[in-house]
Design a protein around this ligand. Structure first.
Ligand code: ADP
Ligand code: MG
Length: 610
């Protein structure tokens, strides 16, 4: 063992000694470091145990952010008298019994490590009663010492674990604890996360005698949304889209923040795989990509998402704290997530347009209608009626797509009004004012046109494959053998965007054709980066990103500038194009392109009617 003495920088080295077995207490204390690093991780483990025991109601009490005392009580199945001591023994669990069980784990715990680890660094008491038992039983354990013999206690069915004086016997670890308010934040985050993991479970959390936070069960759409609001804030709930999507054996559900509700932090990002909160690179990457093009650089999306898949298709036994997983088919999961989320975001304009403005949520209230089912239909129906009456809006890909000849159309009946309504006027050369069914629509003319142009260019590109340009002298560059293999396996991905690569030797690649749009790029570097992405995520959109960036710049330059005077017909044409365009809700930088001011709101401003 080496110790550095700061004051005089002398080094004290303990004499090298013989190998010896660590005693059990020390083993437990070392192991505890993996799962128990702060009060929050204890609460996480205890809550997971309560959920595994089928509890429907759990109450958590903490003093001094849990450092002084944590108590978790549940109404779950309880532990039998004779199992109490085992529950506190290392590697003792009721949840798996053979190796294969590890590949179909449906409980949150399975390592049999939490209780003994917690007991090793605190004073723990465990009190429990099963339905079959006439009374409860209690055992205690201090600092990982002997477990006391079960003593009878009066107690209802369920389990209470009380943990006091955390790290009292491991002062070195205690020093790593942060201030009470910081630890409380961690604690709070863990509890909120668990609240999302199981909507049906009632939770109460009380800290230092303060009035408790009560989280009611979510049993239907409305109460689920209320729970989301109570965990993630009501602003998120009001600005989130409900998603529900499945394909073969993957199912994705939850709430997705509108791109206009972006965050400066990753503070509202909850992802659950089979009910377990996880942090996973593949997932993070897929989600980030789904929001590409619609978020400002440096902004983060908000979401609460649940992925369900066959337990066999995911390995949860990767990390002691169990917040990492490994998918058997990373690529399939990545693509499924990316596609599902991307679609919902692309459709969000239509969704927003479909939601009727209500009294309490006057603007863009995605939840005022069951979004994924009936509401978008309504818009499509409206659109088809509109198209039958007036013909399809033109898709003019030219940059000057605003046609001066389109005739203004006058609504004949209420039902004919297209979602974004009809242009009334232009304000200060910047905004279009339009009237629709619910009231007034304001459109940022430049931002909206930029989006429309950009999406049209991308679509054209998708339809006509990307043009390549042969290089007179092929560029050769060296890579690792693994990278060269990857290039071979992903040959299709390169061809799709206009690259042609050949392998010259084990560790040399040659570029023969490059995408026309990227002809000035540093190809060797770009391809190396793409290979790195492919190694990590099995896919890379790096070149596509660069192409999109170029398109986006082109779209920006090609779009109507502010202060250009538009005719009513031109304005209507732009409105119709927005309705037909994916992701028309935001410009390429994530700013909103339009806003609804409802009659209700207007009436309120003028104190009219009510
Ligand atoms: P694991 O959860 O990985 O099995 P733990 O150390 O967390 O390991 O718990 C050990 C065992 O104690 C569990 O397998 C379970 O049988 C029992 N147990 C712990 N907490 C509870 C509880 N709240 N209700 C019922 N049984 C519990
Ligand atoms: Mg456990």
């Amino acid at each position: 063992m080496r110790m550095f003495n700061k004051s005089n920088l002398t080094v004290i080295t303990k004499n090298k000694s013989r190998i010896q077995r660590l005693d059990n207490r020390l083993i437990n204390q070392i192991a505890a470091g993996e799962v128990v690093d702060r009060p929050a991780s204890i609460v996480k483990e205890l809550l997971e145990n309560s959920l595994d025991a089928g509890a429907q109601s759990i109450s958590i009490e903490a003093e001094r952010a849990g450092v002084k005392r944590i108590r978790v009580s549940d109404n779950g199945s309880g532990i039998e008298r004779n199992d109490l001591e085992l529950a506190l023994a290392r590697h003792a669990t009721s949840k798996v019994s053979e190796f294969d069980d590890l590949f179909r784990v449906s409980t949150l715990g399975f390592r049999g490590e939490a209780l003994p680890s917690i007991a090793a660094v605190s004073r723990l008491s465990l009190r429990s009663r099963t339905a079959e038992s006439e009374n409860g039983w209690q055992v205690t354990c201090e600092g990982g010492g002997e477990v006391t013999a079960p003593a009878p206690v009066a107690y209802g069915v369920g389990t209470t674990v009380e943990v006091q004086d955390l790290f009292y016997n491991t002062p070195a670890r205690r020093k790593f604890l942060r201030t009470e308010s910081t630890e409380l934040k961690y604690l709070d985050a863990v509890i909120r996360q668990l609240a999302l993991a199981r909507f049906s479970v009632e939770l109460r959390f009380q800290h230092n005698e303060r009035s408790p936070w009560h989280c009611r069960p979510g049993v239907d759409d409305a109460s689920e949304l209320q729970r989301v609001a109570s965990v993630c804030g009501s602003a998120f709930a009001e600005n989130a889209l409900r998603i529900e999507h499945s394909a073969s054996d993957l199912r994705l559900s939850g709430w997705l923040g509108l791109p206009t509700f972006s965050r400066s932090q990753r503070d509202i990002q909850h992802f659950f795989v089979n009910g377990r909160a996880v942090k996973d690179k593949t997932i993070a990457h897929a989600v980030r990509r789904a929001y590409d093009d619609v978020l400002y650089h440096g902004r983060h999306p908000a979401f609460v998402l649940f992925l369900e898949l066959d337990p066999f298709a995911v390995d949860v036994n990767v990390h002691p704290a169990k917040h990492e997983v490994r998918f058997r088919d990373n690529r399939a999961v990545h693509d499924f997530l990316y596609r599902s989320l991307h679609r919902v975001i692309a459709d969000s304009t239509k969704t927003r347009l479909a939601a009727p403005a209500s009294e309490d949520q006057p603007t863009s209230a995605p939840f005022s209608a069951p979004i994924q089912t009936s509401a978008p239909m309504k818009v499509r129906e409206q659109m088809s009626v509109y198209q039958q009456l007036h013909g399809s809006p033109q898709h003019n890909a030219a940059l000057e797509s605003i046609s001066p000849h389109a005739e203004p159309v006058i609504a004949k009946e209420e039902g004919d009004i297209p979602p974004l309504g009809y242009a009334l006027a232009q304000l200060k050369g910047i905004y279009i004012l339009a009237e629709n069914r619910d009231g007034l629509i304001l459109v940022d003319m430049h931002a909206a046109h930029e989006r429309v142009t950009y999406e049209q260019m991308k679509k054209q590109m998708d339809e006509h494959a990307l043009a390549s340009q042969p290089l007179l002298v092929p560029v050769t560059f060296s890579v690792t053998q693994g990278e060269a293999d990857l290039a071979g396996e992903n040959c299709q991905q390169f061809t799709e965007i206009g690259y042609e690569l050949t392998r010259m030797s084990d560790e040399t690649l040659a570029i023969r054709k490059v995408p026309e749009l990227l002809k000035d790029a540093d190809h060797a570097q770009l391809i190396r980066d793409m290979l790195a992405d492919m190694a990590e995520y099995q896919t890379s959109e790096r070149a596509q990103d660069r192409i999109n960036e170029l398109l986006s710049t082109a779209a920006c330059h090609g779009s109507v500038r502010a202060h250009r005077i538009l005719t009513v017909a031109e304005m209507n044409h732009l409105l119709r194009e927005m309705e037909q365009t994916d992701r028309a809700d935001q410009c390429n930088h994530g700013r909103p392109t339009w806003k609804q001011v409802s009659m209700n709101e207007l009436d309120k401003w003028f104190l009219r009617g009510r």
